[in-house]
Write a protein that binds this ligand. Structure first.
Ligand SMILES: NC(=O)c1ccc[n+]([C@@H]2O[C@H](COP(=O)([O-])OP(=O)(O)OC[C@H]3O[C@@H](n4cnc5c(N)ncnc54)[C@H](OP(=O)(O)O)[C@@H]3O)[C@@H](O)[C@H]2O)c1
Length: 313
């Protein structure tokens, strides 16, 4: 089978013939999503290092290739893994696979699992967003950000989307964000808008503190990532004076410490997906051979970047 494989950490993935993977459920990959973490794994800067040579790719949709473990050949599934998805076939545990709802196309299924679950868990499990609350999303046109805008609206929140370009802000407004803001003068703009009850922050850097300063009394600030590359240091007096609580969400931690609540939230989110209430935005689809171009889109993406992986093409 063909796959994009990294032979050195930091080196570009090479599309080549590789052995078929071994594992519980083999899946013929139709689409693989490029996630922020994949880029870090390829660079060798992710918190967990992959052993070379390895096939990157952590999220995919496709069809089951062998009967067993509750699945039949041809079942449409989506799933995630640490690595292995930038390939014609991936083999994963049955527990990490989910069936694609009948009305959902393969592309949408590959773009949904990671970003929407991250956003939903930040909003629902951690911040417990209530109808009518004001939710500010930083990096709102990124994959997690757009998912957070969409899901906060579904939860009945008033949404303030913060993004770096007019094009990005226009997409957030089209999705239904009530207010769109640039990062400049963020604290003042948030205060003028009445203050945020909840901030979802996948960006980090200096904007985190400005967003926190723009929060209302009793707000919940949820850090989910540091796409800017900078982990901010927050003066704790802000939390004290504003009665704000600062939280984080990370899949790994929740999977280790509170798997049951994570699973319950997943059921709730997957129900929304099956009902057609959630529509991941796809920025671009590249063929597997253009994996390098797909990885280079980076901050330019509005939503998700996908690789299309069709066997024998
Ligand atoms: N905690 C978890 O379990 C979890 C799960 C998934 C992802 N994450 C993390 O969440 C973060 C966002 O992921 P994502 O999938 O939304 O990424 P993404 O689609 O690339 O979006 C990231 C956004 O961050 C902003 N940004 C600011 N500086 C940037 C820079 N130097 N490079 C790239 N983007 C920059 C950009 O928005 P502007 O241009 O508007 O600033 C961009 O749209 C990442 O750190 C990722 O690792 C965490």
């Amino acid at each position: 089978m063909r796959a994009a494989r990294c032979h050195t950490l930091g080196g570009p993935p090479v599309v080549e013939e590789v052995p078929e993977p071994r594992g519980e459920v083999p899946v013929d990959v139709h689409f693989a999503a490029v996630n922020f973490a994949d880029v870090l794994v390829i660079e060798g800067t992710y918190q967990v290092k992959a052993e070379v040579p390895f096939i990157p790719g952590s999220e995919f949709s496709g069809t089951v290739a062998r009967d067993g473990h509750g699945f039949r050949v041809g079942d449409r599934v989506f799933g995630s893994a640490f690595i292995g998805a930038f390939a014609e076939r991936v083999a994963v545990s049955a527990a990490s696979l989910h069936r694609i709802p009948a009305a959902v196309p393969m592309e949408g299924a590959a773009a949904f699992g990671v970003s929407h679950a991250t956003a939903f868990n930040a909003l629902r499990l951690v911040a417990d967003v209530r109808e009518g609350e004001r939710v500010t999303v930083l990096g709102a046109a990124g994959a997690v950000g757009l998912a957070a805008v969409e899901l906060a609206l579904l939860l009945g929140a008033e949404v303030i989307a913060v993004a770096s370009s007019e094009e990005k802000r226009a997409v957030c407004a089209e999705l239904g964000a009530h207010t769109v803001l640039p990062y400049e003068h963020l604290k003042r703009a948030l205060q003028e808008a009445g203050g945020a009850d909840v901030v979802v922050d996948p960006v980090g850097g200096p904007h985190s503190e400005q967003a926190l300063r723009g929060m209302r009394w009793g707000g919940r600030f949820v850090s989910v990532g540091f796409a800017s590359g900078e982990i901010p240091s927050i003066p704790l007096n802000l939390a004290m004076l504003k009665g704000v609580t600062i939280h984080g969400f990370d899949f790994g931690g929740w999977a280790r410490h509170d798997r049951e609540r994570l699973a319950a939230a997943r059921i709730e989110l997957h129900r929304l997906f099956a009902e057609g209430a959630v529509h991941p935005r796809i920025h671009a689809v590249h063929p597997l051979d253009e994996v390098g171009a797909a990885l280079r889109v980076g901050r330019g993406a509005i939503g998700k970047v996908l690789l299309e992986v069709a066997r024998g093409v």
